[in-house]
Design a protein around this ligand. Structure first.
Ligand code: ASP
Length: 341
C-alpha cells in the first residue's frame, strides 16, 4: 500500500510568495503546492493537504491552536501513516514540545518543518525541507513499522527530537539546534537514521490526546541586578501555577535571602518553580554549588537539561491534566516524552 501522508499547513514563511507588484510576502493557496513544487508529483505516496484559514505567523500560535492541531491529527490518525506540519520557525520548538506531551502513546511520525526563505524564492530552503520531511514521515523499518514514531523537527538536513530543539538562528538556513540530544537522522545523499536514539513505542501503545492546557505559567530570566521587588511581585501573582526560572550556569541563582524567601513562599503556595539553565547546552545540577543547594531547599524543581520551550509546554500540559503541585513537581524531573536525558 502507498504511504498516506497528511500535510498540515499552519502558516509561516514556507507558504509565501512575493507579490510581484508590491514586493510584499503573501500566503498562497496551499492546495496549489504542487504547482510550486512539481517534484511532489514524483512521490509514489497519497498526499493530502489541510490548511489553516487564514494561515498564521507562528508568533500568533496559542495553546488553543495546539489543541486544534492535536485534534486534526487524532481525528485522522487511522487514515494516515504520517503527518507533516508546516509551521513558522519562530515558535516551532514550542509547538513541537507541546505536541510531544499532548500526543501520548504516539506511534506515527509527526514531522514539523518550515523554511527561512519562502517557497516562491529562488534560493528557498523550503523545497528540500518539505520534500525530505515527507520522505521521513513515510519511512518504514524493514518490518513495516514507522521509522520515526515521534514528534520531530526536520530542518536543514537534520532531524531532531521536537522537544529538544531551540530556534538558534534568525538568518542562517540551519535555524534549529538540539544541544542536549543528538540528531535522530541526517540527510545527505541518503537519509541516515540513528535508530538507537529514536523512540520505540510499545506494541500495545494507544494514542491518548491531552486536550486541556493550563497557561498560568511564566518564564523568568535572572540577571545580575534583578530587583527583589520584581521577584516578589511575580512570585506572588495569584493566578500563576508554574514558573520556569532561567538561572545561571549549572542552575545557580543569587544566594540572597529575598530570593530564597520568595521561592519558598511560592512553593508553599503550591506553585511549581522549575530550574532551567540559561546556557544553551548542559544540565542543571542543584547539588553542585551552595547557591543551587539553597534553591533545592526552597522547593525548586530541577529541570535538568530540558529546553525552556519544553519546560513551559510541559507545565501547561501537566497542570492541564488536573494534577496537583506535588505530582507536577515529580513529573517535571523525569522524562515523559524523551525531553530529559
Ligand atoms: N515569522 C515567521 C513565523 O514564524 C518566520 C518563519 O516562518 O520562519 O511564522
Amino acid at each position: 500500500m502507498k504511504p498516506r501522508i497528511l500535510i498540515i499547513y499552519t502558516g509561516g514563511t514556507i507558504g509565501m510568495m512575493k507579490n510581484a507588484e508590491t514586493g510584499a510576502l503573501e500566503s498562497f493557496d496551499f492546495n496549489q503546492i504542487r504547482d510550486h513544487i512539481p517534484e511532489l508529483r514524483l512521490f509514489d505516496y497519497e498526499i493530502d493537504n489541510y490548511q489553516f484559514s487564514p494561515p498564521i505567523d507562528s508568533s500568533d500560535m496559542t495553546p488553543e491552536l495546539w489543541v486544534k492541531l492535536a485534534d486534526i491529527i487524532a481525528s485522522r490518525y487511522g487514515r494516515y501513516d504520517g503527518f507533516v506540519l508546516l509551521h513558522g520557525t519562530d515558535t516551532m520548538a514550542f509547538t513541537a514540545s507541546a505536541l510531544s506531551f499532548m500526543l501520548e502513546g504516539l506511534t506515527k511520525p509527526v514531522v514539523l518543518t518550515g523554511s527561512q526563505l519562502p517557497i516562491g524564492a529562488m534560493r528557498t530552503d523550503g523545497r528540500e525541507n518539505l520534500i525530505t520531511a515527507i520522505e521521513i514521515a513515510a519511512a518504514r523499518t524493514a518490518d513495516g513499522r514507522p521509522r520515526v514514531p515521534e514528534v520531530c523537527i526536520y530542518f536543514a538536513s537534520h532531524l531532531y527530537r521536537g522537544n529538544r530543539t531551540t530556534k538558534e538562528n534568525a538568518e542562517k538556513f540551519n535555524a534549529f539546534a538540539s544541544y542536549n540530544y543528538p540528531p535522530l537522522a541526517r540527510a545527505g545523499i541518503n537519509i541516515n537514521y540513528n535508530d538507537a536514539l529514536i523512540h520505540q513505542p510499545g506494541a500495545d501503545e494507544r494514542l491518548v490526546v491531552h486536550r486541556t492546557l493550563d497557561n498560568r505559567v511564566l518564564a523568568l530570566t535572572l540577571f545580575p541586578g534583578i530587583r527583589p521587588q520584581l521577584i516578589d511581585n511575580v512570585f506572588r501573582m495569584p493566578d500563576i501555577r508554574g514558573i520556569v526560572l532561567r538561572t545561571f550556569g549549572s542552575g545557580n541563582a543569587p544566594s540572597k535571602p529575598w530570593l530564597i524567601d520568595a521561592l519558598r513562599r511560592a512553593s508553599d503556595a503550591g506553585k511549581v518553580v522549575v530550574n532551567i539553565t540559561q546556557c544553551q547546552s548542559g544540565s542543571v545540577e542543584m547539588g553542585l554549588y551552595q547557591t543551587g543547594i539553597r534553591l533545592r531547599e526552597a522547593g525548586v524543581v530541577s529541570g535538568r537539561d530540558m529546553t525552556v520551550e519544553a519546560a513551559v509546554a510541559k507545565l501547561m500540559v501537566l497542570f492541564g491534566c488536573g494534577l496537583d503541585a506535588d505530582e507536577v513537581h515529580r513529573r517535571m524531573e523525569i522524562a515523559i516524552a524523551g525531553e530529559i536525558s
